[in-house]
Design a protein around this ligand. Structure first.
Ligand SMILES: C[S@@+](CC[C@H](N)C(=O)[O-])C[C@H]1O[C@@H](n2cnc3c(N)ncnc32)[C@H](O)[C@@H]1O
Length: 205
């Protein structure tokens, strides 16, 4: 892993995704989190202060040790016990049917083999368990899509593997769970190419 990925990008990402507006979206999604919880693409721990007070323990997965070291301050500050795993979401070490809730925020854009990661999420989710996602991706407006497709390569470099043009719901739909909630919207006051969001819940039946 290069210097940019390990030392520079984690700080850029932390600053870009740590605002109050974004925190409100995090809280809204995480209000449903319960039971045995796994968060994929844990990053710098920005979700930690936004879990409901009832959450006492989570397991996390991330590939980037630079993200993990920045997360330590938030881990110390939270009352939640965090079991961190420095691993890829494409191949998780957990038994099948292990988790009641799996969380992914602003992560499906960056995972190299996102379909494989989602099949792993499905595998380790318990029957009746829920996958909560809040992700940016391909807009429903063709003008915005044009820019997302054209800027994708640049974003890939600057965003350490991030894609602007993934159709998140289409990717999630490939697993045999049931999408029980889904909404797509822009976050206001941000460039449209990066602010088209997919928020939803998929339940393993
Ligand atoms: C844009 S950051 C989002 C971090 C965090 N989820 C948040 O909401 O602030 C994307 C995260 O996904 C992680 N990531 C990328 N590819 C991954 C993979 N294959 N497996 C696990 N984590 C991955 C990155 O290291 C990074 O921490």
């Amino acid at each position: 892993m290069g210097i940019y990925s390990k030392y520079i990008f984690p700080r850029i990402m932390d600053s870009a995704l740590s605002g109050r507006v974004i925190a409100r979206y995090r809280q809204n999604l995480l209000a449903q989190a319960q039971g045995n919880i796994l968060e994929i693409g844990f990053g710098t721990g920005l979700n930690l202060p936004n879990y409901p007070k009832t959450v006492k323990k989570i397991a996390t997965i991330d590939v980037n040790p630079g993200m993990s070291s920045l997360a330590q301050a938030r881990i110390k500050a939270t009352g939640i016990e965090v079991a961190q795993h420095l691993l890829t979401a494409e191949k998780m070490p957990f038994e099948e049917n292990s988790f009641d809730t799996i969380v992914s925020t602003w992560t499906l854009c960056s995972i190299a083999d996102v379909e494989q990661a989602l099949s792993e999420v499905y595998r380790v989710l318990k029957p009746g368990g829920q996958f909560l996602f809040l992700e940016h991706g391909l807009s429903n407006e063709s003008k915005v899509q044009f820019w997302q497709n054209h800027l994708n390569r640049l974003q890939n470099i600057l965003g350490d593997g991030c894609h602007l043009n993934r159709s998140i719901t289409k990717l999630v739909e490939k697993q045999p769970w049931q999408i029980t909630q889904e909404q797509q919207f822009y976050i206001k006051d941000m460039p449209k190419a990066v602010s088209y969001m997919y928020q939803g819940t998929a339940v393993k039946t």
